[in-house]
Design a protein around this ligand. Structure first.
Ligand code: GLP
Length: 235
């Protein structure tokens, strides 16, 4: 695991962008994308660039269950608003949170990932160390599946909704095993409220209690974190 400490999220987005740009120049065709506030500066750098993504495929990590695709808080809509409307890809996949059969939708998504191996996977991190929506306790080899969100994630995400009861309780997420298949993984984290999760990810044991700690086992994982997120590291 390589750790790059940056000044702030603007620099972090630029550093991540430079890695993606170099990856595309070297032939990367499939980007694994994430939502949340963290990747926004990266997406801004992608939009501001002259890079063309219209020959690339994107595969998103997760989606809430039960939100219409055009709901402003759905991850389908988030990706359109923050990237795809400005920089379209040849194909963009986001899990179907409205499937009548979520287990089948999850299995179908694994087929999409198998057919389009992810060259560069972008990740944020939850305050409890989750990646995608793989909450503490998730199977480290897990595939795409329906997830019951923890209270801490619902609490963290309620700021985007009018009322806490509007926050979906379930999501469909790529599993930790699916994420680990990405050839290169970039995890981004900014701000002091990520400092505990980052310390556990880097300095703690590999454990499913801190899903991101599994990146210690990946041979090309880069953590791009700002000084606040790095503030609890001992080294
Ligand atoms: C959600 C997403 C994660 C994201 C996390 C952190 O739970 N499923 O992919 O990493 O939020 O969000 P933020 O970047 O807004 O802190």
């Amino acid at each position: 695991m390589e750790v790059k400490i940056v000044k702030d999220k603007a620099e972090g987005g630029q550093v991540a962008f430079d890695i993606i740009k170099a990856g595309i120049e070297q032939g990367a065709k499939v980007l694994g994308l994430a939502t949340g506030s963290t990747p926004i500066t990266l997406y801004q750098a992608m939009i501001a660039s002259d890079l063309d993504f219209s020959n690339l495929t994107s595969i998103n990590l997760d989606e809430y269950v039960g939100l219409p695709e055009d709901n402003p808080q759905s991850y389908h809509q988030f990706m359109k608003d923050n990237l795809f409307n400005k920089k379209p890809f040849a194909h963009s996949y986001v899990p179907n949170g409205n499937a009548a059969d979520p287990a089948q939708a999850a299995a179908d998504y694994e087929t999409i990932i198998a057919d389009n191996p992810i060259d560069i996977q972008i990740l944020g991190i939850g305050r409890n160390g989750h990646i995608g929506f793989n909450e503490p306790g998730s199977d480290l080899d897990g595939k795409t599946h329906k997830v019951h969100l923890t209270e801490s994630t619902i609490e963290a995400n309620k700021r985007f909704f009018d009322r806490e009861e509007d926050v979906p309780r379930y999501a469909i997420s790529m599993g930790i095993g699916s994420i680990m298949k990405g050839k290169k993984i970039l995890l981004l984290a900014y701000g002091e409220d990520k400092a505990d999760a980052i310390k556990a990810t880097i300095e703690g044991p590999v454990t499913n209690h801190v899903p991101a700690s599994v990146l210690q086992n990946h041979d090309d994982a880069i953590l791009i974190i700002d000084e606040a997120a790095a503030s609890k590291l001992s080294k």
